[in-house]
Design a protein around this ligand. Structure first.
Ligand SMILES: [Zn+2]
Ligand SMILES: [Zn+2]
Length: 318
């Protein structure tokens, strides 16, 4: 008698069209590989990007789409080439599950800027098979070891999930520019990214100013570690903040005018843009950039070693 090994279908939540919402769905997993870590998913954060993909806001959704790229789970099996993980370990998977691993950016630990494009956790194309990848709104996932991070024991697993996208997205640029004690950092927006940005800047020793359009967020900002809160619709308050900040981390995901915030940077200040993916409207007036040698920088998530670093950082500073 012959027997075939059958791998059970994966139960997930998928959207099938921009207006379908999410519904239970099943898919056949790809064959396991020697460097795969098989993960039972325990928690998955809900990121704004998930909603953009479900609703096809960026015109690039491959339906059916299973969102979710803030995944925390327990290892159930490790392939023969896996060296860092064993069954039972609590691990995380963020926005990427693969990259070319050979280009200079990959070799520098900047897999998110892979020359060939990194493979996103969902709505990506699996390099060996050409299959669409499915994310964390699901019961399990198998991921190449190099794209799995370890969740430190000191972190509560459920609360660690948002670190894998919102956390690394804000930590990476603040680290890259070298925020240090005594720096003054502004954070624009108080959503998922803004919360994280305030906490990281504070933990790095900076004095933090939150910019928000809503009075209702003033107390929330202070509770989360902002020393100052500027209501950005208040022209007088904005004028008082002019020229005062070393860095501004702009997390607002929707179209907004950057010019009043750029005016709040001091000479040599840097504006870190992580939230907005649409063209800037109104355009940036270059004069304040020139007159104060100010810079504008974009940043996308972070590499795998830095993703491990931010989890360890959170475990230490929580
Ligand atoms: Zn995300
Ligand atoms: Zn690469």
């Amino acid at each position: 008698m012959t027997s075939t090994v059958s791998i059970p279908s994966v139960r997930a939540y998928a959207a099938h069209a921009p207006d379908s919402g999410l519904a239970p769905w099943q898919y056949e997993p790809r064959d396991p590989r020697p460097d795969d870590v098989a993960i039972e998913i325990l928690y998955c954060g809900v990121c704004h990007t998930d909603i953009h993909f479900v609703e096809n806001d960026w015109g690039m959704t491959l339906y059916p789409v299973v969102p979710g790229h803030e995944i925390i789970g327990r290892v159930t099996a490790a392939g023969p080439e896996v060296t860092r993980f064993k069954p039972g370990d609590i691990v995380g998977v963020g926005c990427m599950v693969d990259s070319c691993r050979e280009c200079s950016n990959c070799r520098d630990g900047l897999e998110q800027y892979c020359d060939q494009g990194s493979v996103f956790t969902y709505n990506g194309i699996d390099r060996p098979t050409g299959r669409v990848t499915y994310g964390g709104y699901s019961e399990r996932i198998q991921v190449k070891e190099a794209f799995v991070v370890s969740v430190p024991d000191k972190l509560e697993p459920a609360s660690a999930a948002p670190i894998l996208c919102a956390g690394i997205t804000t930590y990476s640029p603040l680290r890259h520019v070298g925020v240090k004690p005594g720096d003054r950092v502004g954070v624009v927006g108080m959503g998922g990214l803004g919360h994280m940005g305030i906490k990281f800047a504070r933990a790095m020793g900076a004095e933090v100013t939150l910019f928000t359009r809503t009075e209702a967020k003033v107390e929330e900002g202070k509770r989360n570690g902002a020393e100052h809160v500027v209501v950005s619709s208040d022209v007088e308050e904005m004028e008082k903040a002019a020229g005062s900040l070393h860095y501004i981390l702009d997390t607002a995901p929707v179209e907004h005018d950057l010019n009043p915030y750029i005016a709040c940077l001091r000479v040599d200040g840097t504006y870190l843009l992580v939230g907005q993916l649409t063209p800037l409207n109104p355009p940036i007036n270059p004069v304040p950039l020139l007159m104060g040698r100010r810079s504008l920088m974009g940043s996308l998530i972070g590499g795998m070693s830095e993703t491990q670093e931010v989890l360890d950082f959170c475990a230490e500073y929580q």
